[in-house]
Design a protein around this ligand. Structure first.
Ligand code: CTP
Length: 399
């Protein structure tokens, strides 16, 4: 099992501001992160920032929450302690086994892995005292990452820089502390709902917000994948801004079809978009008047994009895994299996929209069935953790 409950310790160096981004990226992985800043670090970034970003109190002192035994509680709950940045002073204090603030006391109490990301001036990093302290910490089993080389705060150049966040993630991945199982894979996610125009202002659409697809795109990117997110009519503010996620905006089912046709090969595709089954036979080029001239709509059927894609993949050189989605008014497993076979997909995730609030909600749940006849029930939970559970199941062939 990979750690999910993480203590992010921050100590008082200028690189603290970079840890705000690190925290965001850890949260993207649906990790449960508690920030424990040292008093000095709060001179650089205040507790309000940590609390707003993590959604939890950020306590520094042993004298707060004394009755709750904060350090014992924090340490007991932690499955990983990541201290980033770690100053030379804090390294020295850890080497001495000090415990006069919440972070040092937490490290002393904890039984989980402790990872240290040092960042300091290169002369401090290369000072024999620091070298000796780092050796001591490593001998005790604490993982100390080498700082990066490059420009330092005061114009000097040397070893001591806070590493890039992806390098920290690679380091954690190498030590089996963070999932990077999708590194190098190409993942496609369709999300949102297609719209079929009736006239320039009216359309046939659906309630899909795109939140599930977005959560999947973020989860896959967080695990190292390059993601293409085909977004059908998703509210701009919900769209992720992440270098690993390319966003392709579409409107109608025909546009979604063209975007899918234009894809090069992929390893994994999640067809989370709600696709309109029918479209008006003719879209009026001007706004329809209320003069009684149009009282009914003539509809024609849209192609089943998922079925088409799955059949095209059968002959593809590199066959990707395809996951379909079905929102049903009640889960009928036999009907779901029939749908999975009809579409020719590897997996189908079925959610019950009558029992649970799904549309525009931040939570979702349902069953995942596979072509091989397996079944996994996924309880109603936040869409981000559900996305990781879906990725786990699909990556392992359901598990
Ligand atoms: N889908 C698609 N093209 C369509 C309709 C649906 O690609 N024209 C995809 C959806 O994106 C989803 C899956 O097929 O991943 C299942 O969608 P659903 O609406 O449940 O399937 P339908 O074939 O429309 O079945 P139903 O008769 O239950 O509506």
């Amino acid at each position: 099992m990979f750690p999910r409950r993480v203590v992010l310790g921050v100590t008082g160096g200028i690189a603290v501001y970079k840890s705000c981004e690190l925290l965001r990226r850890l949260l993207d992985r649906a990790l449960d992160v508690t920030v424990v800043p040292t008093e000095n670090s709060l001179r650089f970034v205040g507790a309000a920032t940590w609390e707003a970003l993590s959604g939890k109190p950020a306590i520094s002192s042993l004298w707060q929450d004394v009755s709750g035994g904060a350090h014992v509680e924090v340490a007991r709950a932690a499955e990983l302690i990541l201290i980033a940045p770690t100053t030379a002073d804090f390294i020295a204090r850890l080497a001495q086994g000090r415990s006069d603030d919440l972070l040092s006391a937490t490290v002393l109490t904890a039984e989980c892995p402790v990872v240290i990301i040092p960042a300091m001036h290169h002369q401090m990093w290369q000072n024999p005292a620091t070298i000796e302290n780092v050796r001591t910490l490593r001998a005790r089993g604490i993982l100390v990452m080498e700082p990066a080389e490059g420009p330092l705060n005061n114009g000097d150049v040397g070893v001591g820089r806070f590493p890039e966040i992806f390098e920290i993630f690679d380091f954690l991945g190498e030590h089996k502390l963070l999932k990077s199982d999708l590194l190098g894979s190409q993942v496609v996610v369709t999300a949102g709902g297609t719209r079929e125009m009736i006239d320039p202002v009216r359309f046939i659409g659906n309630l899909s917000s795109g939140k599930q697809g977005i959560a999947l795109a973020k989860a896959a990117a967080a695990r190292g994948a390059k993601v293409q997110l085909i977004a059908a009519n998703i509210e701009e503010s919900l769209l992720p801004r992440d270098k690993a996620i390319e966003i392709i905006k579409v409107g109608s089912t025909a546009e979604l079809g063209r975007a899918l046709d234009g894809l090069s090969s992929f390893d994994l595709l999640f067809m989370a978009a709600a696709v309109a089954d029918y479209r008006p036979a003719m879209a009026n080029s001007s706004k329809i008047k209320r003069d009684g001239s149009v009282r009914s709509l003539d509809l024609v059927e849209n192609p089943d994009l998922l079925a088409q894609l799955a059949s095209k993949q059968m002959s593809a050189e590199r066959r990707g895994i395809i996951v379909g989605f079905a929102a049903e008014s009640a889960i009928d497993e036999a009907a779901a299996r029939e749908k999975l076979n009809r579409k020719g997909v590897d997996f189908l995730f079925v959610n019950d929209i009558a029992t649970n609030e799904v549309f525009n909600s931040d939570s979702n749940g349902g069953i995942l069935i596979s072509r091989d006849g397996e079944r996994l029930s996924l309880q109603y939970q936040p869409k981000d953790t559900l996305s990781h559970a879906l990725l786990d199941a699909v990556a392992q062939g359901i598990g």
